[in-house]
Design a binder for this molecule. Sequence first.
Ligand code: DO4
Ligand code: MG
Length: 318
Amino acid sequence: MNLLQFSRTGADRRIGLVEGDSVIDLSQSSSGAFSSWPALLQAVEAEGTEITEFILQKSDRMSSSLTLASLLGGRQDRPPFLLPPVEAAEVWGCGVTYLRSRDAREDETLVKGIYDRVYESERPELFFKGNPRTVVAHNEAIGIREDSSWNVPEPELAFVLGVDGEIIGLTAGNDVSSRDIERQNPLYLPQAKIYDRSCSLGPTLLVGRRQQADLGISMAVIRDGAEVFQASTRTSRMKRSLDELRSHLLRCNSVPPLSVCLTGTGIVPPDDFTLQEEDRVEIELEKVGKLVNEVVKVRMRIPPRNPEERRNLEAYSG
Ligand code: DO4
Ligand code: MG
C-alpha cells in the first residue's frame, strides 16, 4: 500500500492513499484519525492493529478525489502538490553500506582507512541529516552549496519509524552531499551533509511490515534535456540489514516516531561529475515511484568577510 502527503490549497497538509492512478484524500474521513500522521499512528496504536489494515477498513467507502498525475505534476506555486511523505522530526543517514560507496570514498579521501574500517565494522556509520527545515518534497528544488565545487546526489532507500521504533514504511531519499567538503576532512561531514535543501524524500511511502527489502533503485541526471548520468542497483546489495541499521540508530537514542533514516548509497557518479544548477535529478525506487528534483545553488547567507575568503569562494564557484 502506498500513502503520500499533499497540499490541496497550498496551506493544508493531507494524507492520501494511492489506488492505481487515483488518490483517495483520507482527510475526508470524519474520524479525525487521518488529520495528521501523529493522529494516524495514535489511532492505529489504540486499535491494536496495523496501518495497512486500519486504512483498508476506514477508507472502505471513500471515493477517489484526485489523480496521482496531478500531484506528481504539481508544484509549490501550483496546488495540489506533494509534500514529503511524512513530516520527519529527524532525518538520519547511514554511510558506506554498499561496496561502491566504500570504494569511492576511500579513493577520494585525504584521510585513508576510515571508510574501509567502517564498512567492515560491526557498528555502522550513522549521521544526523536534517529535519523539516532541510528536507524538500518531490518537485521542489534540492540545493548545492555555493562554497563547494563538487556536489553529488545520493539515491537511497529510506525507512520511517513508528511509535515503538519499528519500521512502518519505506520511501526514496536523496542524500545530496558536497564531496569536496567531506573529502578534505571527515570532521567536515555535517557541513557536507546538512544545509538548506540538502535532502529530498518521496514521492510515496510504501507501508506495511516487511522483511529486508530487495528493491531496484536507479538514478538519472538530466542537463539541458540530455541524460548526463544514469545508473541502477538493488537494495539487496547493501551490506547491512534495515533492522541492523534501525537497532544501531535507536541505541541510547530516543529518535522520535516518524523520523526517517536514509540507508546509504550504492550509486556514485564518476569523480569528474558534479551537479550543476538547473540539473534535474530523477531517482526511481521500485514500488515507491520516481522522486524528481531540480537543482538550485544555495547562496551563502554571510558573505565572505575578507579578501582571502572571497578568493577561496571564487575558486570554488569557478
Ligand atoms: O561517510 C560519509 C557518508 C556516506 C554516505 O552518505 C553514503 O554512503 O551514502
Ligand atoms: Mg548517503
